[in-house]
Design a protein around this ligand. Structure first.
Ligand code: C5P
Length: 214
């Protein structure tokens, strides 16, 4: 009797900042018992490393040197700060930085049982053969409102208008760069979370995965 090994389930979740893709990716990973990688954290770790040793985000060579992540813990509270996100968005436009982080992401996606990865180019570059690709989005205003609420809840003093300006700048940079720009893969399913609660978005994502698998 021949047994057929189940196909690994690789789920790519891409989308712009504060679209809810991280929440959805974590929920999918828990639901399907798969390992999860937030690929944005890799770029953030490089950005934080660079900032800490006083490197220049405008210099590709210095950004590349910062890819050696020694010294940045995944639990470092600064990793998720707005300023580090901003620097991450700048250094992630460098092809050499993207190339330096590629292998780690592809190895994660190639685990035997599969994996869930979220980011900007998972469905287009990191795992173009992923079984399921979601492109999670919402309007800039809705994303800025969510991000503002999150930041206020964590005790930071922020204004909606500033957050919206940052989100728009990030969208322009992530979508307009030459190297792996943020774009929906042709075979990605669009999930607009704008009118959805957190739980509704998770339920919708699971339903989309089930539909794709079925
Ligand atoms: O997802 P997050 O906002 O943490 O990512 C920070 C920045 O890292 C993004 O604005 C984007 O420029 C960059 N990034 C990327 N490719 C990825 C993940 C993140 O360019 N796969």
């Amino acid at each position: 009797m021949t047994s057929i090994a189940p196909r690994p389930l690789v789920i790519a979740v891409d989308g712009p900042a504060a679209s809810g893709k991280g929440t959805i990716a974590r929920a999918l990973a828990a639901h399907y018992e798969l390992p999860h990688m937030d690929t944005g954290l890799l770029y953030r770790a490089v950005a934080l490393n660079l900032t800490r040793w006083g490197g220049d985000p405008g210099n590709e060579f210095e950004a590349l040197r910062a890819c050696d992540r020694a010294g940045v813990s995944p639990d470092d509270p600064d990793l998720r700060s707005e300023i580090v996100g901003e620097v991450a968005s700048r250094i992630s436009a460098y092809p050499s930085v993207r190339a330096a982080l590629l292998e780690r992401q592809q190895a994660f996606a190639a685990q035997p049982g599969g994996a869930v990865l979220d980011g900007r180019d998972v469905g287009t570059v990191i795992a173009p053969a992923a079984a399921v690709k979601l492109f999670v989005t919402a309007s800039p205003e809705i994303r800025a409102r969510r991000r503002t609420e999150e930041l206020l809840a964590s005790g930071r003093r922020v204004h909606f208008d500033d957050v919206l300006t940052d989100i728009r700048a990030r969208d322009r940079r992530d979508g307009g760069r030459d190297a792996a720009p943020l774009q929906r893969a042709e075979d990605a399913v669009l999930l607009d979370t704008g009118e959805m609660s957190r739980d509704e978005a998770i339920r919708a994502a699971i339903a989309l995965v089930e539909r794709k698998r079925g």
